[in-house]
Design a protein around this ligand. Structure first.
Ligand code: PMT
Length: 405
């Protein structure tokens, strides 16, 4: 599938270098011609001989080692590449790239090349979240570089969080998709709005009602939509997740805040996906001072919140509207009722009592049901993969003529 494509793999120094070896092998197996440049620190982790054996080419390690007097190595390999992939990309290499530095074979070649460059970062979760790293990533993104976001999970440093180099198979999949659709990505020109996380309904300055939503499902959709080329706004309730890159994030707290934010974004949206778990009830009174303990039971009066999705359904014009249904029984029946009552185009129904599904897990089990009744039952999969499935199905419902400039 990557037959005869010349892929230059830039390997910088982090523990994920071992995964870059597997990536080299997968690229070669996919038919690509692979050449590898290693930074000095990458060589501390894995020997160039490993990459030489896997790519069947000598590995570039030193800018000043010119084996062929007829060419200048970094110019030659920069011109040779159809695509450059930097994986793993450390915070240091990303910083040098953003600053336009050229102090080793990799960064010199990157500046000398006109090939598209994909960057797959891998680092500690706090490094990835550091304002300097975020700023450098933003700069590179604005310069036209493309990113393969790291995944979440156990990191070699012992932390659990975002920073793992994406799995080699998935990186190959991104590269393959890029060569298949080099001019535009599937959601290029589309504005996608996603809601995520819980809402908080305040009782007093120290107490609130909320629910178990972690925001993982909605954040995965926002990230996937961005990778598919959309202009994405994420309306997020209070969660402790890292903001996806290149996504406009609007932070909200209560159901009422989310309602206001959703209406403000609605007109411009082509696709609106409501994966947030919005409170159905809010306290009638929110006290300005901490409520004092009293003897006996406490009664709090609640009132209904606005049903955001229903309101969006009423106001629907050109938008494709996708809801979620978090059910514990008769999932399909209730999901179909929501399609009707909220005037939806599609709903993602998950039985939140199922193992590996629903709140706060990394996986989900869902059925995608369209307004015409067609249903796609999906097996358990990561929320990331489900996000792509949802977007693939929703894309089919988008009117073709509303492409933006
Ligand atoms: O965030 P995670 O931990 O990853 O968990 C994911 C999830 C379980 C939250 C997600 O998969 C999910 O099911 N989201 C919808 C949760 C929900 O509130 O479902 P519901 O069946 O109560 O509501 C139906 C739809 O109406 C939802 O799209 C909801 O956003 C919307 N709604 C609900 C109430 C309200 N006042 N306004 C709304 O717009």
């Amino acid at each position: 599938m990557l037959q005869s494509k010349n892929i230059l793999l830039g390997v910088s120094g982090g523990i994920a270098v071992y995964k870059a070896a597997a990536l080299t092998s997968k690229l070669v197996q996919a038919g690509a011609n692979v050449r590898v440049i290693m930074t000095e620190s990458a060589r501390e982790f894995v020997s160039p001989l490993t990459f030489q054996a896997l790519s069947r080419h000598e590995v570039y390690v030193d800018t000043f080692k010119e084996n062929n007097p007829k060419v200048i190595a970094h110019i030659d390999v920069a011109d040779w590449a159809d695509l450059i992939l930097v994986a793993p990309a450390t915070a240091h290499t990303i910083g040098k790239m953003a600053a336009g530095l050229a102090d080793d074979m990799l960064t010199t070649t990157l500046l000398a090349s006109t090939a598209p460059v994909w960057i797959a970062p891998a680092m500690n979760v706090h490094m990835y979240d550091h304002p300097a790293v975020k700023r450098n990533i933003r700069t590179l993104y604005e310069d036209g570089y493309r990113f393969i976001e790291p995944s979440e999970g156990y990191l070699a440093c012992g932390y659990i969080g975002k920073g793992r180099l994406e799995e080699p198979e998935k990186i190959v999949e991104h590269i393959r998709a890029f060569f298949e659709e080099p001019k535009s990505l599937p959601l290029s020109g589309k504005k996608v709005v996603v809601t995520a996380g819980p809402t908080r309904e305040v009782i007093d300055p120290v107490r609130f009602f909320t629910n178990r939503s972690s925001g993982k499902m909605g954040y995965a959709i926002a990230e996937a939509a961005q990778q598919m080329g959309a202009d994405v706004t994420l309306i997020s309730g209070p969660v402790s997740l890292t903001e996806p890159n290149h996504v406009h994030v609007v932070h909200v707290e209560s159901a009422e805040d989310m309602y206001q934010a959703a209406l403000a974004e609605y007109e411009e949206a082509d696709l609106f996906i409501k994966s947030a778990a919005v409170a159905d009830y809010t306290p009638v009174t929110s006290y300005p001072h901490k409520m004092k303990k009293q003897d006996g039971a406490l009664e709090i009066e609640f009132t209904r919140t606005k049903d955001i999705l229903k309101e969006l359904g009423k106001r629907k014009e050109h938008q494709v509207l996708v809801g979620f249904a978090a059910e514990t029984q008769d999932v399909e029946y209730y999901a179909k009722k929501k399609i009707e009552s909220k005037h939806l185009d599609m709903i993602v129904a998950n039985n939140v009592t199922k193992e590996g599904a629903g709140f706060a897990t990394d996986t989900n089990v869902a059925a995608i049901i369209k307004a015409d009744g067609t249903t796609k039952e999906l097996p358990m999969m990561s929320k990331k993969d489900l996000a792509f499935e949802i977007l693939k199905e929703a894309k089919q419902l988008l009117p073709k003529e509303r492409d933006r400039a």
